[in-house]
Design a protein. Sequence first.
Length: 278
Amino acid sequence: MGEWRLEDIIYIGARRLIDTNKKIHFVSSEEYFMNDIPLEGKTIIFGSSPYLYFKKNKNSSIKINSLDIKKKLSMLTYNKIIFLSSASVYGFTENDNMFLEMDKLIGTSAYAKEKIILESLIIEQSKKINAVFIIIRIAGLFQLKTNSNRTDNFLDKIFFNIKNNTNEKLNLYHSGNQIRNFCSIFFLKTVIDKLMRYQNSSARYNVANTDPIKIIDLIQAVNRYQENPLLINLQDSEEVRIHNALNCSALFNKYPDLCDFQINQNELAKMIAGAKIT
């Protein structure tokens, strides 16, 4: 594929997932989904979601079901594509076994179904043009930035409540017994950079940098660092398929230096509580 050059990168999606000091050509979700744009680059990072875009922009004149996403993908030319998929593609399990990349994709949410379809279409397009495809299935993202008011993911919602001393109760579904792992945005950026530079064969990787954690245990760990414990509302459920945790051995075995970014439950609790912001 020749020497990797920063100016050969095209990113489609939200800027917060890419290091902005790099020389990257950005294409916003709106620009991509509202127009038929032929794009050509050595590496394309596809980080956008039609489902989330149209959910956010409900007044858009174009409906998600009318999008010819296959046509749009056929207008991409590249040597390598990195697709930001999601842990949601695996669905849920009733035991604490972590999902592997080879497991069946049985996610049932609209977001999961979209990611499953996009994975398939991107692989199809990549094989058609003899390009490398890299699918990364990302656990729940978090940022924990003191100057941010993001509450669109579970960990940042907790962080926001602590930072602003709110008395809002957190709803814990399934009584908080779900097992999850999470991925910091900093770690995701590091993984993407690593794959851009060194991954020259097609692959699928699970991406998370926290231990698998039971949600109620994490809340209790956070409360150990709080004068005023987080208020929670436990919501019972008879559902048994509630766990979604990723086995990331393939990624860490391929790139052992990424192990330095792993976070255990106690470290994560400190970060959320504000005792240690990194």
